[in-house]
Design a protein around this ligand. Structure first.
Ligand code: HEC
Ligand code: HEC
Length: 220
């Protein structure tokens, strides 16, 4: 019996030790990520990655952190976004990029929903109708064909493959509905939205955005 207890407390101790050192490793990774962020990213994305309107988006708003998967963050950082101000950072290697993502995740305020969001069904919208909405509402902040900052607008290049090839329809859908806190991207769903778009209208816009990505792909 005594031996049993000793064994049990020994196992407990080991478990606690393991949890303790895992926590330590995690905080060391966040600290390394913070340093790497300051060296490589802060010049554009600003301290705490709050972003700068018209030049670099916020990376720490709660909506993006909640719907963006690790895969989205890792591959966007690795590849950058061709034809925008976001350069590729493949030279940093996977481990350092992972540390930067851990630093961004340390700002998380909402439970992660990326898995559920990426598993949402693809858009069933009508691209021709979506084009009309896009011209009426989105162009003023994202450019005629979603070119982004290059067109002298406030929003990112949502019509380019660097964005479209890395995100699910669920990611786009959630962003249009709920927007991004503390940025000029307000949600388009509900009475306090920039415009109260119906779900079907949001589907039409996603369908239109997908056609922009195709045209860019063909042009390459
Ligand atoms: C020279 C300026 C610059 C630097 C340096 C830079 N970025 Fe960016 N980043 C941008 C711009 C501009 C965009 C938006 C591109 C677009 O229009 O789609 C962006 C977009 C992003 C996105 C997508 C965000 C979203 O809302 O979908 C992520 C993630 C990101 N950057 C991470 C990083 C990380 C991490 C670093 C450092 C390793 C970094 N960036 C360095 C300019 C920069
Ligand atoms: C008042 C300006 C404004 C309007 C209007 C606007 N957006 Fe945005 N949008 C932004 C800004 C700014 C961002 C980037 C947020 C940031 O700076 O961190 C953004 C980001 C996005 C993103 C995420 C892009 C990324 O790089 O991750 C999507 C998708 C998007 N907007 C879609 C739309 C659609 C579709 C419409 C029209 C229904 C629209 N937006 C209208 C300002 C706007």
């Amino acid at each position: 019996m005594i031996r049993h207890q000793q064994l049990a407390s020994g196992v407990m101790g080991l478990t606690l030790l393991a949890i303790g050192s895992a926590g330590h490793a995690a905080s060391a990774e966040v600290a390394q990520g913070k340093q790497l962020f300051e060296q490589n990213c802060q010049v554009c994305h600003q301290a705490d990655a709050i972003g700068k309107p018209g030049s670099a988006p916020s990376l720490t708003n709660k909506e993006l952190l909640s719907i963006g998967s690790d895969r989205f963050f890792m591959s966007t950082i690795r590849d950058g976004r061709t034809g925008t101000g976001m350069p590729p950072f493949a030279h940093l290697g996977k481990k350092k990029i992972k540390a930067i993502v851990a630093f961004l995740r340390a700002h998380e305020k909402q439970p992660g929903r990326a898995k559920e969001v990426d598993a949402q069904p693809a858009s069933f919208g009508d691209a021709r109708k979506g084009e009309l909405w896009f011209k009426e509402i989105c162009v003023s902040c994202h450019g005629d064909r979603g070119e982004g900052y290059g067109a002298g607008v406030a929003g990112t290049a949502i019509g380019k493959p660097g964005f479209l090839n890395k995100v699910s329809d669920g990611f786009i859908r959630e962003t249009i509905k709920y927007g991004r806190s503390n940025t000029r991207m307000r949600g388009f769903s509900g009475a306090d939205g920039l415009a109260n778009l119906r779900d079907s209208e949001i589907e039409d816009i996603i369908a239109y955005l997908r056609t922009l990505g195709d045209q860019h792909n063909r042009a390459r």
